[in-house]
Design a protein around this ligand. Structure first.
Ligand SMILES: [Zn+2]
Length: 446
């Protein structure tokens, strides 16, 4: 460890109480996606107090902090510094939203959400890194720049809310996706993300990004025809029968899913008729299909569409579809050397991702991995189930302080020595999309 690295750790230790207080405050005031107003305000306040130049209201509630003018690395500054600095720009992400979980002991009684996915711990890690990078000596050793970015809405946003958001100008219903669309990440070269462990891991840290499923979803309104259920059912078209048949077909189609595609298919019936005395006229179903690749997601989507169309045809009903944008799969990324080195120096227990590791769940970090190299780790320090009422932080050191140190140390290592590690990562990365082609893809498939 060089002197600056030691200083980063000292700064975080010295501000331990402040980081814990920040984490506790966010945890005690959970807010749903795109509504993280208080969380955003507290984050902006925190970053401003450290001297960052802060932008707010990004994709609704997003907050971003950059080094302030005067130290020569203001964002967007044209002149790059001498001495061979790479000018690589690292964005450190913290997710602000809580998850609907009204039985959680720390749930907000009004909005029904709780930090049962540990996003407040990510925010603590980001806050700790912000403290470290507010130090002038640390800043001066960087061959590039760092942004701290608190992002809205990682958790899935339901169909009703999507409609409302569209009217407010949020076109893409996931925080990172909307931020990409709006160009808020245009001046980023490398992303850094964290999360509490999403797959079972014994060690305190899990380094790298395991591949994860992506998904797409749709809301299907099935229209039949009402008729008296006893006097003349033959004159009706039963919307519930159409739904039942479509779901049965999906079940039979499961044998066409390849193991390596990790397809997961699930339905929720939102409405299934009105009165028991009539042939149900209308039914509403939401269907989600997850898979390992964009191609496999589309293939699964076509199958479920055929199931709905065929069932409607068989009974003489009609289908109306509303596409609900999902998340892209996470592209596998092995643990970067700088991350492993930082974990080793911290003396924490860790394991690195294996190419065979797989997470069947989904996150909008997947979208980021299609545009940027995403340096990611997950951490422990909690007990209970993710999104469950029993989720709780049991070890604040492992959940808040050590992630802050690992995040800050790794970001520093990306940018020290003129930013040569960061530069190498950017050179080696092969993006699938840029902003324009990404936006076009999402629009085309939704
Ligand atoms: Zn989460």
């Amino acid at each position: 460890m060089d002197d600056r690295e030691k200083k980063i750790l000292e700064l975080i230790d010295k501000n331990r109480d402040r980081i814990l207080a920040f984490a506790g405050d966010i945890q005690e005031h959970p807010e749903p996606g795109f509504e993280e107003r208080r969380t955003a305000e507290k984050t902006a306040e925190f970053l401003r107090s450290l001297g960052y130049e802060v932008q707010t209201g990004l994709a609704g509630t997003g907050v971003r902090g950059d080094f302030t003018a005067g130290n020569g690395r203001l964002k967007g500054e044209e002149q790059r510094e001498p001495s061979g600095n790479s000018g690589i720009r690292v964005t450190v992400i913290g997710e602000m939203d809580a998850i609907g979980c009204k039985n959680h002991p720390l749930a907000d009684p009004h909005n029904g959400t709780a930090h049962a996915c540990g996003h407040h711990a990510q925010m603590a890690a980001m806050a700790g890194a912000a403290i470290a990078f507010s130090d002038r000596e640390v800043q001066e050793a960087l061959g590039g720049s760092i942004s701290l970015f608190a992002v809205p809405a990682e958790e899935y946003v339901d169909a009703e809310k999507r409609r409302r958001l569209k009217q407010e100008g949020i076109e893409f219903a996931a925080g990172k996706s909307e931020l990409i669309r709006r160009g808020a990440f245009d001046d980023t070269d490398i992303m850094m993300t964290t999360h509490v462990h999403m797959v079972p891991v014994e060690e305190d840290f899990y380094l790298g990004n395991p591949a994860c499923n992506g998904f797409t979803a749709e809301r299907v309104t099935v229209r039949g025809k009402a008729a008296h259920a006893a006097i003349e059912p033959w004159n009706g078209v039963n919307a519930v029968s159409i739904v039942t048949s479509a779901i049965q077909m999906m079940g039979l189609m499961r044998e066409t899913f390849r193991e390596e595609d990790h397809v997961r298919l699930h339905n929720v019936i939102r409405k299934g008729g009105e009165v028991l005395n009539s042939v149900p006229e209308e039914a509403v179903v939401e269907t989600k299909v997850r898979a390992v690749s964009l191609e496999a997601i589309q293939a699964g989507r076509e199958k479920i569409d055929r199931a709905y169309d065929a069932a409607a045809y068989a009974f003489g009903g009609t289908i109306e579809r509303e596409n609900l944008q999902g998340y892209m799969p996470v592209r596998y990324r092995e643990a970067d050397e700088v991350l492993v080195e930082a974990a080793r120096e911290l003396g924490v227990s860790y394991r690195t991702v294996d190419v065979h590791d797989f997470n069947n769940a989904s996150t909008d970090v997947g979208d980021l991995t299609h545009l940027y190299p995403v340096v990611n780790f997950t951490f422990g320090g909690f007990s209970g189930k993710l999104h469950g009422a029993d989720f709780s932080i049991t070890d604040p050191e492992t959940a808040y302080i050590l992630p802050a140190k690992l995040l800050a140390l790794t970001a520093y290592k990306l940018l020290k020595d003129g930013g040569k590690e960061g530069e190498r990562i950017v050179q080696e990365f092969r993006p699938i999309f840029d902003r324009e082609s990404y936006t076009a893809y999402i629009r085309e498939h939704n």
